[in-house]
Ligand binder design. Structure first.
Ligand SMILES: O=P(O)(O)OC[C@H]1O[C@](O)(CO)[C@@H](O)[C@@H]1O
Ligand SMILES: O=C[C@H](O)[C@H](O)COP(=O)(O)O
Length: 939
């Protein structure tokens, strides 16, 4: 008989295997051990699965079967693989289980190490795994942490067989044994069959010597103890076992068929090559124990081990070893505590590596269905970003983020604003609602859909409209987010009111613009189709209980869709705020959400930061801004997805730009040669396969070769857009955490809203906004500024003052043109040229924004973010005003009040700002004049 077999036959010590792997079971190797060597059980742990799944191709076929067509969460993919292995192993061990009447033949599966510090979660996870594996001969492994102990008692009381792991201390072992006895007593009292419950207490061996030997080396003079303490500790634990499982309490249970919880020697592979490779087997052979051995140790023992009852030999020596250890000043209890902590961390690290590997395999198998992301950040930024990623991993921050832990950010109220994390799953449950709405709108023959909203309520729909285009048989989608009377008129002129559906969108329901748009177009609709039918042309999207919901009911709107109050506007595109307009325009909502879900899963809580594209992007953005002054995120996008930046800029700017820090998005700047950029940029290139612009490709390549940091995101087709919404949401939340701000509030937007309201209300009383004194004026323009800015701009003449203002833009600053004029192609083209002239001449970032739209977007960062902005506000007398039903003054006064409110807050925040006002209604000529002055200043 070989020595291995003799352990059970002659010494009643069960041999278990500390290993699982798919091929090993499939090839019959496990079965052979059972049959030839009397193997009686199997243990697994996260490190074992990490080796099996993370470092072999044995699981790839199974993953392919799941991911060939579909998709799954990374945690489910891993669990599916692990559970199948455990089930297969359990089936191999089943004959042992039966023959031993449930004493042996167990396979152990460990609860997630991420939960080791939480009793309730450990309990739920253990119950869930127990159900999912569905085998009587499963043991659920629970760590002997302070949080794990109550779970051990409770699980036993529920009749679940538990393997208690990470045991190093004799006194903790006693607690564990008593928790088992108490739990089993309770199970019996509830009528449970105590003979069907088994348990092992996994007492770790080699790890003790590894740590203690190091400590002994440090102390000096006690070398004789090296390689002895782990065994002594275990021998003494066995003495305690004998005492505990012999008292009257235990005997009462035993009489009813209960099986003692055996001590299992774990960690018995020799780590120190100087010691015998069978040391931790030979010295611990004794009755009613288990030794779980890694394959190498098992092979070694079979080959040259000596099976002799050793466990009860040298108990006095063992006591002496422990006494000398104390004399050396080494506290074994402290050692045990340290090893528990390190043990949890080691398994966390293994789980991270394992899940990272599964995430990598998933991404590879999804192929082009998942948008790829690659970073070329340069050595220093990459190293700092990697550090941030590692710190996210070490602190479990991605799991904490998904668990709504506000301490990921500032600990204020971030937990109340995380509804966007699960909105895709929730909306997938409601797809029918959107599909039937889409069908209703199509069947009614609407030709146009106009979203009336601001910021988060309109920018997503605008990107969807531009990216998906006009869908055959469905109305054309557009948005209105300007109070400029010319722009309101343009939108009206572009649609046929009789066949137009308006979607009034506002989360709060109290935003000024959507309310005045609604008043205006409802009034117009009543004139065109009659008061009875007007409501049928309106749909509201708003949060529950808002004034807008009430008004929509009063006005008999066709439908009211409700948003989720735990989602802020800029994170709402994957909720009703994006989906209702998308559905109306004929976008396939299921496909849309399915695509988004792919990125949700890629960025999920179980995907470790290094494999998590959202975290990686956010870490790069946050680190670039915080540590490298690269706080201008510059978005380059292929034609076809080139509006994406208008949505992303609100998300990034409004989320991060506050408390004097933040990231300034640069949108709509065509990519240039390296010479036009300073050292304050981080480029993100969204490249659409099949539509990529060769010049962009080339320019980006050159930027990379010139060491400008670039993140590339590759979309296989436009329908992958929803993935980007979610990627950027996570990335922004992560960047916010890196910057140490709350990415879910917008404190500085409110200030200009208040100012605007004050001005407009006063104007309604008096009939006009208060008069102002220009610092300069001629026939076509007037310039305005507050006292501090006037002081800094002491020049004579329009061009000179504009020139002096632009001269204030220094390297690292950005120039923002804030144009409160109609957002049309002509105005855009003129100002775009001017902005680029500044960029090219000064190597500074430039932003071209239209008011009041940007107030609900980048406006937050301009006022609350870094003080590096230089602002040139452009206002104009419109060609003609447009009245608003129910208001004394029209749109012209609204937009004027908004611009003034904006300027007042910029000034109050001590920003460098100048306002140019175009007089007389010839806006196009005025815009040209402003652009010419800007260009002249840069010449
Ligand atoms: O959807 P609402 O409540 O009308 O808000 C519109 C936008 O205004 C803001 O609150 C900023 O003013 C944005 O955050 C938001 O997206
Ligand atoms: O249950 C088994 C334990 O997880 C395993 O024996 C630990 O061994 P190690 O210390 O070699 O990692």
């Amino acid at each position: 008989m070989n020595a291995l077999k003799a352990l059970f036959t002659e010494h009643e010590q069960a041999v278990w295997l500390d290993f699982v792997a798919r091929g090993f079971i499939a090839k019959g190797e496990l079965k052979a051990l059972v049959e030839n060597d009397d193997l009686r059980g199997v243990t697994s742990n996260p490190a074992i699965f990490e080796k099996a799944i993370g470092h072999t191709a044995e699981y790839d076929d199974s993953l392919k079967a799941v991911l060939g067509q579909g998709d799954a969460r990374v945690i489910d993919l891993y669990e599916g693989l692990a559970i199948e292995d455990i089930q297969n192993a359990a089936d191999v061990l089943r004959p042992v289980y039966e023959a031993s009447d449930g004493a042996d033949g167990y396979v152990s599966l460990e609860v997630s190490p991420y939960l080791a510090l939480d009793t309730e979660e450990t309990l739920n996870e253990a119950r869930r795994l127990h159900r999912a594996v569905g085998r009587d001969n499963l043991m659920v492994k629970v760590p002997a942490t302070p949080a794990g102990l109550p779970a051990i008692r409770q699980l036993t009381a529920e009749g679940i067989s538990v393997n208690i792991t990470l045991l190093f201390s004799q006194s903790v072992y006693e607690e564990v044994a008593h928790a088992f006895i108490d739990g089993l007593t309770e199970f019996g009292e509830k009528g449970g069959d105590v003979s069907r419950v088994a348990s092992v207490a996994s007492f770790f061996i080699s790890r003790i010597d590894s740590l203690v030997d190091k400590k002994l080396d440090a102390v000096g003079g006690y070398e004789d103890l090296k390689g002895k303490v782990a065994i002594a500790n275990a021998k003494l634990a066995y003495q305690r076992y004998k005492r505990i499982f012999s008292g009257p309490k235990w005997e009462a249970l035993e009489a009813r068929g209960a099986k003692a919880q055996r001590l299992l020697w774990a960690s018995t592979g020799t780590k120190n090559k100087a010691y015998s490779d069978v040391l931790y087997v030979e010295e611990l052979i004794g009755k009613n124990t288990v030794n779980t051995m890694p394959p190498a140790t098992m092979d070694a023992f079979r080959d040259h081990g000596r099976a002799r009852a050793t466990l009860e030999e040298g108990i006095d020596e063992a006591e002496a070893v422990m006494a000398r250890l104390a004399e050396a000043g080494i506290d074994i209890e402290a050692v045990a505590r340290q090893l528990v902590d390190e043990g949890v961390q080691l398994f966390v690290d293994a789980a991270d590596a394992l899940l990272g590997a599964v995430a990598g395999k998933r991404a590879a198998l999804l192929g082009h269905r998942l948008d790829a992301q690659t970073c070329k950040l340069g050595e220093a930024l990459q190293a700092a970003t990697d550090k941030a990623i590692e710190s996210w991993r070490a602190s479990g921050a991605i799991r904490r983020l998904w668990a709504h832990d506000k301490t990921v950010w500032t600990g204020r109220d971030e937990d109340k604003w995380l509804g966007w994390l699960r909105i895709v799953e929730d909306e997938l449950e409601r797809v029918d609602l959107y599909e039937s709405f889409a069908e209703e709108i199509r069947a009614e023959g609407f030709t146009d859909v106009v979203v009336l909203g601001m910021g988060g309520s309109s920018l997503g729909p605008e990107v969807i409209a531009a990216t998906y285009g006009h869908r055959e048989g469905f109305p054309k989608l557009r948005i209105l987010d300007s109070t400029d009377p010319d722009e309101v008129r343009s939108v009206e002129a572009a649609v046929t009111l009789e066949t137009t559906l308006f979607i009034v969108a506002s989360k709060s329901g109290s935003t000024l613009e959507p309310n005045v748009f609604r008043d205006y177009f409802l009034g117009r609709m009543k004139e065109v189709v009659g008061p009875e039918k007007a409501g049928r042309h309106f749909v509201a999207v708003t949060d529950p209980g808002s004034a807008m919901e009430k008004a929509a009911k009063d006005d008999n709107f066709r439908k009211i869709f409700l948003g989720v109050p735990q989602i802020g506007g800029r994170y709402s595109v994957l909720s009703a705020f994006g989906l209702v307009p998308a559905a109306a325009a004929g976008v396939e909502i299921r496909d849309f959400l399915d695509s988004a879900r792919m990125m949700v899963r890629s960025c999920g809580p179980a995907v470790p930061p290094a494999a998590n594209p959202g975290v990686r992007l956010g870490a790069a953005i946050g680190t670039a801004a915080k540590e490298f002054g690269r706080d201008k995120i510059t978005i380059i996008a292929s034609p076809g997805i080139d509006t994406f930046g208008t949505w992303a800029e609100q998300l990034i700017a409004e989320s991060t730009g506050k408390e004097g820090v933040g990231i300034i998005p640069v949108e709509g700047e065509p990519v240039g040669v390296p010479a036009v950029y300073g050292e304050d940029r981080l480029f993100v290139y969204l490249r659409l396969n099949g539509h990529a612009d060769a010049r962009q490709d080339e320019a980006v390549k050159i930027l990379e070769s010139e060491a400008q940091p670039v993140v590339r995101i590759d979309l296989d087709k436009v329908e992958r857009l929803p993935q980007e919404f979610f990627r950027f949401e996570i990335a922004t939340a992560v960047a916010g955490a890196v910057l140490g701000i709350n990415p879910f509030d917008q404190p500085d937007v409110e200030a200009s809203k208040i100012e605007t309201k004050k001005l407009f209300a006063a104007a309604e009383e008096t009939g006009a906004l208060p008069a102002e004194t220009p610092i300069f004026e001629d026939d076509t323009v007037a310039l305005y500024a507050d006292a501090a800015n006037v002081e800094a701009l002491r020049q004579d003449g329009f061009e000179a003052i504009v020139g002096a203002h632009l001269a204030r833009v220094k390297p690292g600053d950005y120039l923002a043109l804030l144009a409160y004029v109609e957002r049309n192609e002509a105005h855009h083209a003129i100002l775009q040229e001017a902005r680029l002239a500044v960029r090219d001449a000064r190597q500074v970032a430039t932003c071209l924004e239209f008011g009041p739209r940007f107030l609900h977007s980048t406006g937050q960062a301009y006022k609350g973010g870094p003080t590096s902005g230089v602002f040139l506000q452009i206002t104009a007398d419109p060609s003609a005003d447009l009245p608003i039903p129910g208001r004394k003054l029209g749109f012209a006064t609204v937009i004027a009040a908004q611009a003034r409110g904006d300027f007042a807050v910029l000034a109050e925040r001590k920003r460098r700002a100048l306002r140019v006002h175009i007089k007389g209604g010839d806006v196009a000529s005025g815009v040209k004049r402003v652009a010419a002055a800007i260009k002249a200043a840069t010449a």
